[in-house]
Write a protein that binds this ligand. Sequence first.
Ligand SMILES: [Zn+2]
Ligand SMILES: [Zn+2]
Ligand SMILES: [Zn+2]
Length: 291
Amino acid sequence: MNLIFLGTGAAEGVPAMYCRCEYCTQVRKTGGKDLRTRSAFRIGDRYQIDINFDNNWQMHRCGIDMYAIEHILITHTHADHFQFEEIVAKEMSVSGQANGKLLNIYMSLPAKAWIENLLASLYTPKVYEKKLRILNERYRIHGLEYFREYHIGDLDVETLKGSHRLREGDEYAMNYLILFPDGTRLLYALDTGWYPEETWDFLEGKTVDVLILDCTFGGRTDRPEYPAGHLDLLSFVKMLERMIAINFISARTRIFATHINPHQGLLHEALQKKFDETRFNVTVAYDGLTL
Ligand SMILES: [Zn+2]
Ligand SMILES: [Zn+2]
Ligand SMILES: [Zn+2]
């Protein structure tokens, strides 16, 4: 199964479209690995984590499509991770060439409740009812609990609670610990800051082969030691120290930093160099990177 970083940018993408700071101007000029669309991740033909407004371009760039997608795991309902219109775009396949299969969408229970409220607020009750009927025929939104295990297609998926709270409510980003049929384990850990103790407890006794971790604020050094919401290089390394102490990661674990913000000082190469100075084997992800 091909694993593809479809996008590796934080909320605004890189460069930020309304910004002419030195960093964004530089990236506009030199492009390359510093050009980042909003974060999403592809697992083979049938699975994807998150779907955002850059989805169509990400498909073109990687030479893939959404045809065979059956399962989309949503980390949380911030706009850079979840765009409902990109999902229901399947209905626009008026050629009749969409695959005709049910499209399953997974998210935390609070995320599901938020979306249902949002949809209800957009339409009159009559139109809403009709929309829901169509939606339920062709899509299924599954509400997941934190710290549980689910079978999704051929994957075993455990749900972690990230330190990334939305709208001061009860939705926290869901991080997904995925077991593939070949025995490989992958943790997709964004968005998140320093994990809460209940999440650390959940990781006890578990291991991972591929770790993909939030590094939104890369080069910033003005943040708390154990930040909530997002990580930076310093707290990222602190997370790794604790993960290795509980044997969740080992020297064999492949580690990737992603969800990069343009206003943290370090371009791709400089951020990679900083990681190379640590004792961990970390690759700064970039759009299109395939594992
Ligand atoms: Zn995000
Ligand atoms: Zn900028
Ligand atoms: Zn977010």
